[in-house]
Design a protein around this ligand. Sequence first.
Ligand code: DSN
Length: 471
Amino acid sequence: MSSSIPIPNDFNKMLYEDISVYDPEVNELIEKETWRQFSGLELIASENLTSLAVMQANGSILTNKYSEGLPGARYYGGNEHIDVLENLTRERALKAFNLDPKVWGVNVQPYSGSTANFAAFTALIQPQDRIMGLGLPDGGHLTHGYYTAKKKITASSIYFQSFPYRVDPATGLIDYEQLATNANLFKPRLVVCGGSAYPRDWEYERLRKIADGQGAYLMSDMAHISGLVAAAEQNSPFEYCDVVTTTTHKTLRGPRAGLIFFRKDKDDLESRVNAAVFPACQGGPHNNTIAGICVALKQAAEPAFKDYAKQVRANAAAMANVLFKHGYRLQTDGTANHLILWDLRPIGLTGSKIEKICDAVHITLNKNAVAGDTSALVPGGVRIGSSALTSRSMFEKDVEQVAEFLHRVVQISLQAQKEAGSKKLKDFVDAFEGTGESAKLVKELKEDVKNFCIKFPLPSVVDSSTIKQFD
Ligand code: DSN
């Protein structure tokens, strides 16, 4: 076409309007969030900062297309390009994890990690079958069977019988012996490995033996560490597991979605997993997201991504060393991956208090249970991750400064606790939001953190001078 078609001035005019013009309210929220990400330290271990190319794919016109089914066998027409895209994504997924396409297949349609896990359970076992996953307070994930004395919390405990395994409260390491003993009694059909707050690698061979002892399937949810697995910076679950699930937005640094890998040479898992995703658990795939995954997997197969993953681990270790130097206790005495579990109980603080002060000074992390916690409501630690900092091009010397900021957070928290005169969270917040010494220290630290952060580029924003400042 030689010239542009005029934009209609009728009920379809809105289809062409820029968000900044059409919806300044939402646009401002996006700008504010961009500033928050640019001017703050992102330490949430499950988050990362994805690339411009992933965002372009994710925000593309592919969002318009329905494609229920699989490449070559769709319930809708017009999928000639989507079929190529989904096949390319499947190829790249296998390549990124160095998998033989004769032995492994992958479904790239799950909307997220939680739906991937539920679809995997649906494929592997029957309703009310027994599963064993790492307990949530021990670093496991909600979707691995979590329930409390009062309530079945997630679908994984509502539709399946679940019994957790645990970490040893003294070491913080998974108690594989107790797991084997309990598996002998509970007789699970499925053993799930992988977690949300476990700073060490997994012993897949041992888990395979435990699963085999019961004739159970072994599934790994490698969501937190999949980028590290792709870069061979963690043990590979593929050697021993039947099914491997992951999210695509954590260490893998793609868009928010999930993947399910399955062994093709066992129990017809290929058709069981594919049918469990669609039509059992989901409808039409989100093709724009699949395009984002495809781009992220191309990136994950690059040598540069291996360097990134190595640096993620080195940065986590560097932060751990500074915290040790200040005399703090870390669960499992350190880290072998991208995350640190910081036990605050010896210094008389809680995860909630540190999280509150961090929020006030542009540092984002989350409170987390640590081994031996007796109350799930007052977690004794916080979880710290290095994936996003590393995506902001921080190296050891930079993250050592980040750990020094965290040390200042502790000092301010102790001061605020003293000023509060009670252990209550509300009094604590009132203290550092007031006019005393802790409030002054919060303001100083907030400024220091901001001035530190804005020296580092924010992934996807090519020209950081275009970022609008809000405070
Ligand atoms: N809830 C996420 C995490 O923070 O680990 C995982 O889904």
